[in-house]
Design a protein around this ligand. Structure first.
Ligand code: GLU
Length: 304
């Protein structure tokens, strides 16, 4: 099977050094195995994703040589594929409308998920037809999928063993929002599989989403990629970088040459033993997952 890696940013702001490092590791992991690398723009939520942000991200990746080997996939243009997947899922699992507001979800005081979400209480699961009809007059519901009481486990290439019980640690989750936008979990599962992605490199904050995606892939009849969840990148004081807190990487390009940026990131991640300029070509030849840090990735002081 030919190797295919991907980088899938949400264009809601500027890429920061952590995002670039994730793209770099995804690229190196695929290229070091002779594979290809693709970029997917996760612009599902049009209101949060101005076109200028996506272009700015592509320009930044291009400046570093992290270009997509195929034309980029734009999630905003993939609604038909997600609708088709919803059709298949309807035959394999129970999908039901949910009218709960955020306030109701929080008030139900269900257990909290590691990604900040709430395990759904099942409040709308058993609405009668009549109740549903009445509620439909007032509100467009989101769609939830009922999860089985089942533990999904996988071996992460960077983070090790990971398990989650879908029913108790996740709960019935949203497939499509009330405004008609398909949810991240469904879109990512469909896109990774339909693009032939064989390995996913992304931040550890998304590891708790992976069991949901693996389960959706199983229902859709796809084979799953290999996952590598990497530590979040922090500044030298240990603060996590954020797109919305002025950590955008454009300023790095004014201060450093691309080889300096690549070398510093590769060093921070554990791939290069010294912080020195390096090229993608060199990094491809030396890249090995066993050298990538799994605890903390700290950026050099002059990077912020
Ligand atoms: N779009 C997500 C983000 O920018 C990443 C999704 C993924 O890699 O699966 O955080």
């Amino acid at each position: 099977m030919s190797v295919c890696g991907r980088f899938a940013p949400t264009p809601s702001g500027e890429l920061h050094a952590g995002n670039i490092l994730c793209a770099l590791l995804a690229y190196l992991s695929a290229k070091s195995k002779g594979g290809k690398f693709i970029v997917r723009i996760e612009d599902l939520d049009a209101a949060r994703c101005p076109a200028s942000s996506a272009q700015n991200m592509l320009d930044m990746l291009g400046a570093l040589g992290l270009e997509s080997d195929e034309s980029e996939v734009w999630q905003s243009k993939r609604t038909d594929a997600y609708r088709a997947a919803e059709g298949i899922l309807r035959r394999k699992a129970r999908i039901y409308p949910c009218f709960c507001s955020r306030a109701q979800l929080l008030a139900a005081q269900a257990p909290r998920l590691s990604d900040g979400g709430v395990v759904y209480s099942g409040r709308c699961k058993d609405l009668s037809e009549k109740e549903t009809e009445l509620l439909l007059k007032k509100k467009t519901p989101c769609l939830r999928i009922e999860v089985p009481n089942r533990v999904i486990s996988f071996t992460d290439g960077a983070a090790g063993e990971y398990s989650q019980n879908l029913a108790t640690e996740c709960g019935d989750f949203i497939l499509r929002r009330g405004d008609g936008v398909y949810a991240y979990q469904l879109a990512v599962a469909v896109d990774d599989c339909e693009s032939g992605v064989t390995e996913v490199v992304r931040g550890i904050d998304l590891i708790s989403s992976t069991p949901r995606q693996l389960w959706l892939m199983e229902l859709l009849g796809y084979s799953a990629p290999k996952y590598y969840h990497i530590p979040l990148v922090c500044d030298f004081e240990g603060r996590k970088l954020s797109k919305s807190e002025g950590d955008g990487a454009t300023k790095l390009f004014n201060k450093f040459r691309t080889e300096e940026i690549l070398g510093a990131l590769a060093h921070a991640a554990g791939i290069l033993s010294k912080n020195r300029p390096s090229s993608l070509q060199e990094l491809i030849t030396i890249f090995e997952w066993k050298n990538v840090r799994t605890d903390k990735i700290l950026l050099p002081r002059e990077f912020l």
